[in-house]
Design a protein around this ligand. Structure first.
Ligand code: PLP
Length: 374
């Protein structure tokens, strides 16, 4: 195999570009000697909630925990059903199961690959015994789901909406930040995300102070105050070091998202007529390109050809959740979610990251053209 010419993502290069600010912020936390639930976490919670245009933010240990605890905070309990999508990796579904609920899947739109409100409507119409208590749309790859329509459908059924915005920091829909539409919005700060920590981290944003309070309780053993337990909880906290790092990085997020958008525009121009389907940005959507995902009916061969030329790619995600062994007992089979299954067979994520030089996009586009003509 040839050496790497275009890495799929380069996090060390991003760190280098902000090293002085990061080192100062980390040093200040270490010198102070307070590491869990302190001033940095409180400040980051305020700053990130304000960035999203909502009142409350609660830091937790991961995006998965953000979804899990938000679902519980919205009152969903054992035996309830929660609708999400299946063209994702496991965390969204793990969070639903951790909350004691049963996942159900709505198929996705073929263009944006996000939750199709028409399929949500079908599921809600079929739910005469009102088992469906929440909808968890995923703002996939940085593109918003049709969240206004989904919220409207959920309200009509008395179901909560918990947004999985783990891939969508800064994404907006009709000018409003995702995470601010539903009862709660959930973010992950896994290192590769558009806003990434140098470890794990997550956060729940919401407008309702009572939901925020419940998440605060649940993230800390179910304590309403020190040693006073109102419910059973878990240990799921964002730490001071990660919060300090995230506060620095939040100041760069808007310009980093613009960088991603300009790399995406360069891909779009460079891939015209190259034999792959490029991502769409729907009306009203502001896409932040957490991932730049093309579709090809010859995905495996294309990925191998790019690897030969030293170009790193990835597949998000090759196996839909309803095909996974862990979720066999949910009773789905092949053909149940046709658009989801087609996506998983065709998607290919091309390199995109904040430190990627624009010329690298041209290298990738040339390689894809060469493959198309081969
Ligand atoms: C990353 C991600 C999560 C989970 O986040 P973690 O911080 O890794 O737990 C959930 N949903 C989606 C769509 C994600 O991309």
């Amino acid at each position: 195999m040839s050496s790497v010419r275009v890495p799929f993502v380069d996090l060390a290069a991003e760190y280098t570009s902000i090293r002085v600010e990061i080192d100062e912020a980390v040093g200040a936390v270490l010198r102070k000697g307070w590491y869990i639930l302190g001033a940095q976490v409180a400040a980051f919670e305020r700053e990130f909630a304000a960035f999203c245009g909502v009142e409350h933010g609660v830091g937790v240990a991961s995006g998965t925990d953000a979804i899990h605890l938000a679902i519980r905070a919205c009152g969903i309990t054992a035996g309830d059903e929660v609708v999400t999508v299946a063209n994702v990796s496991a965390p969204t579904v793990c969070a639903i199961v951790a909350a004691g609920a049963r996942p159900r899947f709505a198929d996705v739109r073929s263009d944006t690959m996000t939750m199709d409100p028409r399929r949500v409507d079908d599921l809600l119409r079929g739910d005469s015994s009102h088992r469906i208590k929440a909808i968890v749309p995923v703002h996939l790859y940085g593109h918003p789901a049709e969240i206004d329509r989904i919220v409207e459908l959920a309200r009509g059924h008395g179901a909560a909406v918990i947004e999985d915005a783990c891939q969508a920091h800064g994404t907006t829909y009709n000018g409003r930040h995702v995470g601010s539409f539903g009862d709660a919005g959930c973010f992950s700060f896994y290192p590769t995300k558009n806003l990434g920590a140098y470890g794990d981290g997550g956060l729940v944003v919401c407008r309702d102070g009572a939901i925020a309070e419940r998440v605060r309780m649940l993230r800390c053993y179910g304590e309403a105050s020190k040693y006073k337990n109102l419910t059973y909880g878990i240990n799921s906290r964002l730490d001071e070091l990660q919060a300090a790092i995230l506060r620095v990085k939040l100041r760069h997020l808007t310009s980093w998202n613009e960088r991603r958008r300009s790399l995406a525009a360069r891909y779009m121009a460079g891939l015209a007529g190259a034999g792959v389907e490029t991502p769409v940005e729907a009306a009203g959507a502001f896409h932040t390109y957490h991932l730049y995902v093309v579709r090809s009916s010859r995905r495996e061969a294309l990925q191998a050809a790019l690897r030969e030329r030293g170009i790193g790619t990835s597949v998000h995600y090759p196996i839909p959740i309803h095909f996974q062994d862990a979720y066999r007992d949910l009773g789905y089979s092949a053909g149940d979610l046709p658009q989801t299954e087609a996506c998983c067979a065709e998607v290919l994520s091309l390199p995109i990251s904040t430190a990627m030089p624009p010329e690298s996009v041209d290298i990738v586009c040339d390689a894809i053209r060469a493959f198309g003509n081969g």
